[in-house]
Design a binder for this molecule. Structure first.
Ligand code: GAP
Length: 517
């Protein structure tokens, strides 16, 4: 059922130009997605709404747009170089590589049945397990029966085998090389000259790292660090008084081992983060304030606000920098999952950057005449994950009576602020001056900054359905009566109700509807 809904959403996204698999004609890149003409509008609408409500509607938050590639020492100071990793395991039977912390849970010693892709693979695996591990299993079709889970409390997510490699930590940051020097050239010469001959695995690794370390840079895995690194410049240039926040929205990159649920987890994604700097001792109050503010922000655009909840992290779940964390979670088709984290990062990051850079990163309170390192509350949201959230929230099917009997209507009940197209303008027929009137109305809407669409293709019923499916909140139709009395119909996407308004009032009407939502 959950898979079914996700499949419908994925298929609608492709069919209607919201999201495509990246490089699809070459077989696609597993974890990368392209936002098509409607997807890019929806993502921008969401990010613009966040910017408007987080930066433009507040006096205490300012913005930043930092570079994606930063000095490598940033990631050393933040702990990402040593600690930003996932526990990675290889299944020895089916060769799947997976995250230990996301694998299916079993009790140690519990009987498990392996399931291979086909009979042939099951036969090969049966012999392999016997030879490698001295374990004799029974085969039934593509299943292998009689294995027991070891002391680890998980099995392979692909074939349920308990036969796997040790866990290894895998750093999630994408590495690249900066500047005109190609370390591969120097490396090739060194190999040719025999510099590497006879080195042990560890020494070889250290030597290889030596060749690349001076030019290695990383694609940022979060937007947050730039806001800590630029804290002093921003505070001083803008003469900001604590408490204040710095907000940034943009791309982040993580070499995720497990990519799952369409755009929910991908290697390249967009974040909307804000670092709120406050006086030590006031952080608990701000932590609660931002939890409430962020939760109600997500609910504001939702049809089903009960599908959002706040969950407090257990101590064992907390990131190395956090004293406390709330997750705003959404009830996705596969269950509750994270949409945004609100963390109390204490003064960890500012202190670390002060320590590693040698710069003074503090705040001087001119009234109390005291100096301190501010504490930070960080609401960190996923914009691309937000797009998926609202697509799930908006997807709706209903049975309606049509000219050919009962039919299923698919509607994306997107909040008008998020809808890619705000209004469709349709001439009922392509004659009698109707298309000209429709085009003139579209141009009037454009002039007021409203994303409108002229649509004269197919019968009117089909056009309404097409716009229902992409979430267009209103359709304006020019018909025979328009030519007589200057009125047009305005159709509401959710109720399908139509009423007549004067064509001259149409732009104001749409502006009012958009403002009221
Ligand atoms: N600065 C803190 C930070 O980055 P995070 O919980 O790792 O915290 C914040 O990320 C949000 O970014 C998550 O709640 C999620 O919405 C989004 N996010 C993280 N990894 C993602 C991925 N691989 N794909 C899509 N969104 C992701």
């Amino acid at each position: 059922m959950a898979d079914d809904l996700m499949q419908k959403i994925i298929s609608l996204c492709k069919r209607r130009g919201f999201v495509f698999q990246s490089s699809e004609i070459y077989g696609g890149l597993k974890s990368a997605y392209d936002y098509g003409p409607l997807g890019v509008e929806m993502k921008r609408n969401l990010m613009n709404a966040w910017w408007r409500d987080t930066v433009h509607s507040r006096e205490d938050v300012v913005g930043l747009d930092a570079s994606i590639i930063m000095h490598p020492k940033v990631w050393q100071a933040s702990g990402h170089l040593s600690g930003f990793s996932d526990p990675l395991v290889d299944c020895k039977v089916c060769k799947e590589r997976f995250r230990a912390d996301k694998a299916p849970q079993v009790e140690p010693g519990q009987e498990v049945t392996l399931e291979l892709a086909d009979k042939g693979r099951a036969k090969t695996a049966l012999t392999y397990i016997d030879e490698q591990f001295g374990v004799k299993l029974e085969r039934s079709g593509r299943q292998l029966i009689g294995a027991k889970a070891g002391n680890r409390s998980y099995v392979c997510p692909n074939c349920r085998s308990p036969f796997m490699s040790d866990e290894r930590n895998f750093n999630l940051m994408f590495r690249s090389f900066y500047g005109p020097v190609d370390p591969m050239g120097a490396l090739a010469s060194a190999i040719e000259s025999g510099e590497f001959n006879g080195l042990s695995g560890t020494d070889l690794r250290a030597k290889l790292d030596g060749f690349t370390k001076d030019s290695t840079v990383y694609l940022r895995p979060e937007t947050a660090q730039a806001m800590f690194v630029q804290y002093a410049n921003i505070q001083q240039s803008m003469s900001l008084k604590i408490p204040f926040g710095i907000a940034q929205a943009g791309k982040s990159f993580r070499n995720e081992i497990t990519v799952e649920h369409f755009i929910f987890r991908s290697c390249e994604f967009e974040q909307m983060e804000m670092e709120f700097f406050c006086e030590p001792g006031t952080e608990d109050e701000w932590f609660e304030y931002w939890k409430e503010t962020r939760m109600s922000w997500w609910q504001k655009f939702a049809n089903n606000p009960e599908n959002f909840r706040v969950r407090s992290h257990e101590a064992s779940e907390l990131a190395h920098y956090a004293k406390g964390c709330y997750d705003v979670e959404y009830r996705f088709p596969w269950g509750w999952d994270e949409l945004e984290g609100i963390a109390n990062r204490t003064d960890y990051d500012l202190r670390k950057h002060a320590e590693h850079s040698g710069s003074k990163i503090e705040y001087f309170d001119p009234v109390e005449r005291k100096r301190y390192t501010p504490y930070v509350i960080e609401p960190a949201a996923g914009a691309t994950r937000g797009v998926l959230t609202y697509l799930c929230d908006a997807y709706h099917e209903e049975e309606v009576e049509g000219p050919k009997g009962t039919d299923t209507r698919v509607v994306l009940k997107l909040h008008p602020q998020l809808a890619p197209v705000k209004v469709a303008v349709m001439p009922l027929v392509k004659k009698n001056g109707m298309p000209e009137k429709a085009r003139a109305l579209v141009n009037d809407l454009f002039r007021r900054g409203i994303n409108a669409s002229f649509d004269a293709q197919n019968a009117i019923g089909k056009r309404y359905r097409r716009h229902d499916e992409i979430g267009t909140p209103w359709c304006l139709t020019i018909d025979g009566q328009t030519l007589e009395d200057g009125t047009i119909t305005i159709r509401d996407r959710d109720t399908m109700e139509q009423r007549r308004i004067a064509i001259d009032d149409a732009v104001t009407e749409i502006e009012t509807l958009l403002r009221n939502d």
